[in-house]
Write a protein that binds this ligand. Structure first.
Ligand code: F0G
Length: 459
């Protein structure tokens, strides 16, 4: 159970990386120098880094052994075949193209599949996924279930796609205008919320009705499978690996970021069933990534990724992993911090408009809160809110998303529950003095993807 904390971390710590907390005065200076943008901080000035769960996992001794045993070859390396066997065994896809990370797999897939003016429909696109659709002159459409946007709604599968709207959308626009349907598991942009197997099967049925391809963005597939086991009727007695396979059986292929549920620091892949699609994809793979048996990665990376896929599909690991996120969520809730409930698989998202109700939306409450958490205890988080959403290209006005959130993404196997206590206590202290917290305004605003490089000052 995700709230079963009777078991401690299912590993011993064999190697450590010292971290340090600089003084409050130094943090003030560093944040000022970074233009109040947590992306622009140096990680050595961060005490607990919750910027992302991507590429930040601790690898196991078995993965490190794989790094030594990796077979370096331009073409046909042993390690490539190990990866291919792991993907076939766990996911059931026989055709695999490694890529340097997840978005590179999307780049190849969309290059082949998306014609200008066509739609890609997703429960919710991740931002770079959306950008890759747009880069191919496609149109990215999000069709989440309505409860995805209600922070206190306790529904078990808030990551689901709205199937009625999906069917209606296809009927309205016509199947020829749809390049593909995608499901992102878990749904990162909605708080790391899971998608149910019933929903995936429902999408497959609609895809079949209209003869449309269906792909899964499988970055966090193991965490999603764990939620299915815990929450979806009929799955309690199935193994994680059975559930993963049933999820994959609904799809024509997947894009995968190995930086999440393959417990890797870099890597990804595209996995497919259809030979013709694979042949088309390999052409672009060579151009963008490298020969299709290495795809921009070293043999050692392929080896460690194959092993990481198995480790992430282990139920004991997942109980710890999802349990740690739930633990932080529980601690924050007890302290009165408004969060997106229930917590997702890879992090806890704070509802910043409820946390800082006195800060107007155009002074970016969630952004302001990322700065405060750093000042308070050296904790680095990221805004998923108005700054990230950018401006409407037509009007030049800020786009105000439904929610202004601060994401506390937890790296896999890296921090202990003591670190989580420090995070929760810091958030509680900021909450206690929230009236003092001021909004921020731009001192520099880049025209595109502004959150990465923008600079701010307090209002
Ligand atoms: N899809 C989802 C749902 C993601 O969360 C990410 C990355 C990607 C695709 C792209 O994968 O980074 O390997 O190219 N998410 C990271 C994050 C960056 O912090 O959430 P990538």
């Amino acid at each position: 159970m995700e709230d079963d904390w009777s078991q401690a971390e299912p590993f011993r710590i064999k190697v450590v990386e010292p971290i340090r907390r600089i003084s409050r005065a130094e943090r003030e200076q560093k944040l000022r120098e970074a233009g109040y943008n947590t992306f622009l901080l140096r990680s050595e000035d961060v005490y607990i880094d919750l910027l992302t769960d991507s590429g930040t996992a601790a690898m196991s001794d078995w993965q490190w052994a794989g790094i030594m045993q990796g077979d370096e070859a331009y073409a046909g390396s042993r390690s490539f075949y190990h990866l291919q066997e792991a993907v076939a065994d766990l996911f059931g896809f026989s055709l695999v193209i490694p890529t340097h990370q997840g978005r590179a797999a999307e780049n190849i897939l969309f290059t082949v599949m998306v014609k200008p003016g066509q739609f890609v429909i997703n429960n919710m696109h991740f931002d770079t996924t959306k950008a890759h659709v747009q880069h191919k002159n496609g149109i990215a459409v999000d069709l989440p279930v309505p409860e995805a946007l209600v922070p206190t709604d306790q529904s078990p599968f808030k990551g689901n796609m709205d199937l009625d709207r999906l069917d209606e959308f296809i009927r309205t626009h016509g199947r020829d205008r749809i390049a593909m349907i995608m499901a992102t598991v878990t749904n990162n942009s909605a708080g790391g919320q899971p998608v149910s197997l019933a929903n995936l099967r429902g999408i497959r049925k609609i895809a079949d009705r209209y003869g449309l391809p269906f792909f899964i963005d499988a970055c966090r597939v193991a965490e999603n499978a764990y939620f299915i086991k815990k929450r979806e009727p009929g799955y309690q007695d199935k193994s994680i690996r059975q559930i993963i396979r049933e999820m994959m059986d609904t799809a024509d292929g997947i894009t995968m970021s190995g930086k999440k549920d393959a417990l890797m620091n870099i890597g990804g892949f595209l996995a497919l069933r259809d030979g013709e699609l694979y042949r088309q994809a390999t052409v672009w793979a060579v151009l963008f990534e490298g020969f299709p048996t290495y795809g921009g990665l070293a043999g050692r990376d392929l080896e460690a990724m194959a092993r990481g896929l198995y480790e992430a599909a282990d139920e004991g690991y997942l109980a710890y992993r999802v349990g740690q996120v739930a633990y932080l969520g529980q601690r924050l809730k007890e302290a009165g911090v408004p969060i997106i409930e229930p917590p997702g698989g890879h992090g806890v998202y704070i509802d910043a408009r409820r946390f800082l109700p006195h800060i107007p939306r155009d002074q970016f409450p969630a952004w302001a809160l990322t700065g405060e958490l750093y000042l308070e205890a050296g904790i680095r988080t990221v805004e998923v809110g108005t700054v990230l959403a950018g401006r409407d290209p037509a009007t030049g006005e800020n786009v105000y998303p439904e929610l202004d959130m601060v994401r506390l993404a937890i790296p896999r196997r890296v921090y202990t529950d003591r670190h989580m206590d420090v995070v929760a206590d810091a958030a509680a202290r900021v909450l206690a003095r929230r009236e003092e917290v001021r909004g921020v305004r731009f001192t520099y605003e880049p025209p595109l993807l502004r959150h990465f490089t923008a600079r701010f000052e307090p209002v």
